[in-house]
Design a protein around this ligand. Sequence first.
Ligand code: FAD
Length: 394
Amino acid sequence: MDFDFTPQEQAFADDVEAWLVANHDPVVMDPTRENFTQLADTPERRAFMKKLANKGWLGMSWPKEYGGQEIEGIYEFILNEALARHAAPQIGKGVGIIGKTLIRHGSEKLKREFLPKILKAEIEFAVGYSEPQAGSDAANMQLKAEKVEGGWKLNGQKMWTTSAHFADWYWVGARTDPEKPKHDGLSLFLIPMDHPGLEVQSLPTIGKDTTNQVFFQDVFVPDEYLVGQRGKGFQYISEALDLERFTMFTLSPITERTRVLIEYVKEARRDDRPLKDDPNVRRLVAQIATDTAVAKALSTRFVCAAKSGSGKPPTVQSSQYKLFTTTLSQRVCKDALDICGASGQLRVDQDDAPVSGRFEGAYRATVNETVGGGSSEIQKNIIARRHLGLPKNF
Ligand SMILES: Cc1cc2nc3c(=O)[nH]c(=O)nc-3n(C[C@H](O)[C@H](O)[C@H](O)COP(=O)(O)OP(=O)(O)OC[C@H]3O[C@@H](n4cnc5c(N)ncnc54)[C@H](O)[C@@H]3O)c2cc1C
């Protein structure tokens, strides 16, 4: 199999790179924001997404009838990785998760209402699956959706909803059929984030991340804002999570950190001796460089599987990719802090911080990566069951 980009793909990658260099804006592209670089959470970052939309780079893989170009997903992969490399906001939730799920399962009304807004970068989403008693076991959601005249009344709580403090719409799973087995009793809804009865409480977390808990009190959702079929919510969420594990956990920040670390090792001195002569340092960076190459191979494998597949996201490849890259991401930062020595703890705004303090912040930011979008243990369960054919463990 040929893993190289085709001439057309390479031309697109070159185009994107040149455009990102020409449109560099340090307010928008700030690598010290680490995980949060991917969100369009400020006016400047939303304006940047509109520029991307004007280039015709949002929804390239979508069908033409919904405003897409029907070109292969590899182009979105190339774009997203380039955005991540430049620490710019990414196409993530709107195009990759909500848009693709609506195209597969949404009503014509929802497609007409939301898809054009996603393509024009006019809308930001928050995704609400997790609850106090439903994280890894997402099928255990208890947010109650009760059938009422013309729609649904929602009561309960969501946990860890990233983006709820600035998003326009909420993509939410709720229990519509409590008498059915737990996987069959869930449905998906779209709710405006400023809906009366929705209360967002901020949860500042490790690194510079902020996530939220959201409380629902008699939130009315009209029938037409139920996504797809009643009771199919868990199926849609599982498909969307396969996409999230890939689109939200890009490889470029890891390859960038690896590159920056190797440059530092080549130049820096400790106790008057070049770091590059230290055998422990050499071993660490050689291992990191090798593992980064493995991560690239896993990412290429996912893209190839997606290219040759039925259109459904490749679940096993997606889990293997997320498991490996998110643990590698943490290891790169931990090893970098070891290599930088005591001053590696200095923060990004300290003058003497090695590598401009990059790894102190990155280390904290990467802690969340092995949890969000399904923890490493859950990825291993998926691989054991779906790839190796082993029995369920719960
Ligand atoms: C920063 C951040 C942002 C997030 N953003 C969102 C968001 O926008 N929307 C959203 O819906 N959720 C979000 N989440 C929630 C995230 O998806 C959950 O935290 C995750 O699914 C784990 O669930 P939990 O925290 O309830 O832990 P639990 O499910 O209680 O797990 C606790 C521990 O037990 C392990 N474990 C659980 N079940 C098994 C099993 N069957 N086998 C082996 N080990 C197991 C887990 O791996 C973990 O180590 C976010 C989380 C974080 C930290």
